[in-house]
Design a protein around this ligand. Structure first.
Ligand SMILES: NC(=O)c1ccc[n+]([C@@H]2O[C@H](COP(=O)([O-])OP(=O)(O)OC[C@H]3O[C@@H](n4cnc5c(N)ncnc54)[C@H](O)[C@@H]3O)[C@@H](O)[C@H]2O)c1
Length: 343
């Protein structure tokens, strides 16, 4: 039987999740909740997408706040808070609104699980595939964070290296596409209910004319999943760039055990061949960011730049589609959740 889902928030991530789930036979989106009150506008933005193109089986608005295409009929709700919604027909909520809900309110909602598309130290568990999915216990974990796009890309790579060579310290720089809370032209910083961007003056500057430096939550997000990878071990910074999707992380690591460039390449090659989930992709071609658009593997190691100095300092470059790739991982985590039997 299909698991019935309420999707909260259909912005960049919500829409990607919606489109991936429409192709998945295990799940059915029964309802969407969106604070945007304009149904026609919601349908328009599902049908037409500047980044991923138009969908062929287009939705239209029908009576009683439903939208439908040839195979799906979805109720669209317009509530600010999840506890205002009748959830009697819903198994699982995917919250892609980014709103930092009161965790106790979420725990009391009458559904089996709530998946948050942002890292949360208050969630019952933060999951990244390839790192800690085996810790997921459907009997005790109700609020499940699927972490962030950056951490989803980075942490599997760090774990692969740490398991064999033991990371002593390191540094990452994420180069990230612009996001919806930024401005097109210079203006006031944009306050956001869903992002920690208040008083970040740089995000009030034109997103299309600048490389915007800022702090990143990537390492905190990693630490919620794997305690060892934290701010004591790894320093971090981020550069926001004027592209629509696909990020890249420059990673530098010092290891306790000796290694060589060939060994690092072999390590990732072996991982890709044996992996249980589609995580690692090894690239040797002269590709650019848009070539990785819509790629569902999220730890794409660009071995043109893999290097080792003095047998202990590793450099790798990791590509990932922060929207489609991340949304694919959310749905793969849902599939994994569904595959675990209740004890
Ligand atoms: N964009 C990315 O690259 C990315 C990647 C991974 C995770 N995330 C996370 O996913 C979440 C959403 O990010 P996004 O980029 O899709 O943002 P977005 O602004 O494009 O979308 C958010 C959507 O949620 C809706 N919304 C806001 N408040 C709501 C409420 N109270 N109830 C229902 N809907 C509400 C907004 O109207 C909007 O449509 C954030 O937590 C973000 O950190 C984003």
């Amino acid at each position: 039987m299909k698991t019935k889902i309420l999707l909260n928030g259909v912005g960049r991530i919500g829409k990607a999740i919606l489109k991936i789930i429409l192709e998945n036979k295990n799940f059915e989106i029964i309802a969407i909740n969106e604070i945007n009150p304009y149904l026609e506008n919601i349908v328009y933005s599902i049908n037409h997408d500047s980044t991923y193109g138009n969908i062929s089986d287009k939705f239209k608005v029908i009576q009683n706040n439903f939208i439908e295409n040839s195979n799906n009929k979805i109720k669209v709700l317009n509530h600010k808070n999840l506890n205002e919604i009748d959830l009697s027909n819903i198994d699982i909520i995917i919250d892609a609104s980014g709103v930092k809900e009161d965790i106790n309110l979420l725990k009391n909602l009458p559904v089996k699980a709530i998946f948050l598309t942002h890292p949360s130290s208050l969630a019952d568990i933060n999951i990244i595939l390839g790192v800690n999915e085996q810790n997921l216990d459907v009997n005790i974990h109700k609020i499940i964070s699927t972490s962030s796009c950056n951490a989803t890309a980075l942490l599997p790579a760090l774990k692969i290296i740490d398991d064999k060579y033991e990371i002593l310290c390191g540094d990452i720089v994420t180069i990230h596409p612009l996001l919806n809370h930024q401005r097109v032209l210079d203006g006031n910083f944009v306050s956001s209910q869903t992002r920690d961007v208040e008083y970040n003056f740089e995000f009030g500057r034109s997103s299309t004319q600048n490389i915007i430096p800022n702090k990143t939550t990537t390492i905190s997000a990693c630490s919620y999943v794997l305690g060892k990878i934290n701010h004591e071990l790894i320093s971090s910074s981020s550069l926001r760039v004027p592209t629509d999707t696909v990020g890249v992380i420059n990673v530098t690591l010092m290891t306790k055990k000796e290694c060589s460039k060939d060994e690092i390449i072999e390590l990732f090659e072996k991982y890709e061949k044996n992996q249980k989930f589609p995580i690692v992709l090894n690239n040797y071609e002269p590709l650019v960011s848009s070539d990785f658009k819509k790629e569902n593997k999220t730890t794409i190691i660009d071995h043109r730049y893999t290097d080792v100095k003095n047998n202990h300092m590793i450099k790798i470059i990791v590509w990932y589609d922060n929207e489609w790739g991340y949304a694919s991982k959310v749905v793969e985590i849902l599939d994994y959740y569904k595959s675990i039997k209740k004890g």
